[in-house]
Ligand binder design. Structure first.
Ligand code: PLP
Length: 342
């Protein structure tokens, strides 16, 4: 049996040999007592890479987003965000369950809530209407297809939000990909935001971990909320050590993942009835005229190729370190063949 080509997500990536070595040898302490030197080093490193005062290691990106929402809202508030943002579609209504707030969604084409849409959300204050107090921006945007928002578009929305009194959190699970695609430092994409989250366990290949960045004061409060959510952890320098290798050595190579996604897109565009959204980063969506996504996914799986079935007529492919350009070619040809066989 040939090996599996797994294009479901960049989260399937294996930690590198350098990460495994760093994890084994990490200097650690009890992080609940704020005494783990490797965690402290990683938090400081990521805070400075993103231009924030302080940062906090989180077990997952979801927890980082949900802690941020708790920080910037009160029960009964609303959160402005794209209708298909991760905080809406993939966090099990966490904002409602954990913070007592609901999303106020905007339907966008590419996942970005523009300054115009932020301004349009403003309404006169009234005691009988809830208030929008937070804007969440997602860059890159997962469900829109790994789409990238430029630094200037980010800035305009952040400024517009602040002008009407909203805080801003950036869900930057794949901010690294956006920065590489744009050729700009990640700090430029989050400048002025009140908090930002980045993930270590996707394209950067660390086994676990996301980092929430904010002001020193807000990170102090976030540490309390993380503990309350059950996320106070002990000798996690072993995990942070892999995170340091990730942020120090694995960011630049994301360009290869983007190249692989473009290669895959070129082949897949020959599939029957397919509409391919040209990938800007490492996520490729393929939409079909008919509701055949599940059947295509099953056929690919029988060939040892895994993709994500997204609804009835779309497939998602995510490129990453553990697939080669040849694997992507094989997957692309597999899809073209399957599309003609149905
Ligand atoms: C993956 C992802 C997250 C959070 O991921 P975890 O699996 O909880 O680490 C948050 N936002 C976006 C956009 C994501 O793609």
């Amino acid at each position: 049996m040939n090996r599996i080509i797994d294009l479901r997500s960049d989260t399937v990536t294996q930690p590198t040999a350098a990460m495994r070595k760093a994890m084994a040898e990490a200097e650690v302490g009890d992080d609940v007592f704020e005494e783990d030197p490797t965690v402290i080093r990683l938090e400081q490193r990521v805070a400075s890479m993103l231009g924030f005062e302080a940062a906090l290691f989180m077990p997952t990106g979801v927890m980082a987003n949900e802690v941020a929402i708790r920080l910037w809202t009160r029960p009964g508030d609303e959160v402005l965000c794209d209708a298909h943002s991760h905080v809406v579609d993939y966090e099990l209504s966490g904002m409602a369950a954990l913070s007592g707030v609901i999303p106020r969604t905007v339907s966008t084409e590419r996942g970005h809530v523009s300054a115009r849409e932020v301004k349009a959300s403003a309404r006169p204050r009234s005691y009988y209407r809830s208030e929008i107090t937070l804007l969440v921006l997602e860059n890159t945007h997962n469900l829109a297809g790994g789409t990238v928002t430029t630094a200037s578009d980010m800035q305009e929305s952040i400024t517009a939000a602040h002008e009407i009194g909203l805080k801003v959190h950036v869900d930057g699970a794949r901010l690294w990909n956006a920065a590489i695609a744009l050729g700009s430092p990640p700090a430029d994409l989050v400048r002025g935001a009140d908090s930002a989250m980045v993930t270590l366990s996707k394209g950067l290949c660390a086994p676990v971990g996301s980092i929430l960045c904010s002001s020193r004061e807000a990170v102090g409060r976030a540490r309390r909320v993380r503990k309350q959510f059950g996320g106070g952890m002990r000798q996690i320098g072993h995990l942070a050590a892999a995170g340091l290798v990730a942020v120090d050595t694995m960011v630049a190579r994301l360009a290869e993942d983007h190249e692989k996604a473009r290669g895959l897109a070129a082949i897949v565009s020959e599939a029957k009835g397919a509409r391919v959204v040209a990938p800007q980063t490492n996520i490729l969506f393929v939409h079909f005229e008919n509701p055949i996504a599940q059947e295509l996914g099953d056929r690919l799986e029988r060939e040892g190729i895994k993709a994500s079935v997204m609804g009835r007529s779309s497939l998602r492919f995510v490129t990453h370190k553990d697939v080669t350009p040849e694997d992507c070619e094989t997957a692309g040809r597999g899809l073209v063949t399957a599309s003609k066989a149905i």
